[in-house]
Ligand binder design. Sequence first.
Ligand SMILES: [Zn+2]
Length: 167
Amino acid sequence: MERKSFIREEKYKNINDSVKKIIEKYTEKIPVDIEKIVSESGVEFLYKPLAVNVSGKIEKDGDKYKIIVNDFHHPHRQRFTLAHEYAHYLLHKDLIGDGITDDGLYRAEKSMGFFGEIAANRLAAKILMPVELINKLADEVNNIAGIAEKLNVSLLALKIRLGIANR
Ligand SMILES: [Zn+2]
């Protein structure tokens, strides 16, 4: 039977092949294992309480990068934050400097710029909500909330991903 496709897109443009392999390995199963993706890419991460208006940060420590996720936030939010900071690492490491902090709307205090944040959000969404998994779930679950639940993401994040809601 032919599957309806919600969205089509180019996969992980400008990302090197070894990282692409890691991402592909952990985006086959539902829900996506973002922690495995990040750790196998050689990036450390931890969860701890941060100021309420901070989602997370990424810091440079020697030649290693470390992501800190605000564990005050909802688990869906924490997953998105981890993916967002990881996306900064993949897309524009050079702009991270010693570290950047993202506020509640995923705006880093310095240098990342509006388009940098949009790009990080888009890549985070692609990783957490791969089109193949959305299409597969659409065959099994007949409502968007159910698909979001299976993907372990917020309903709003999925709606934004599908282009039926704005931030
Ligand atoms: Zn950011």
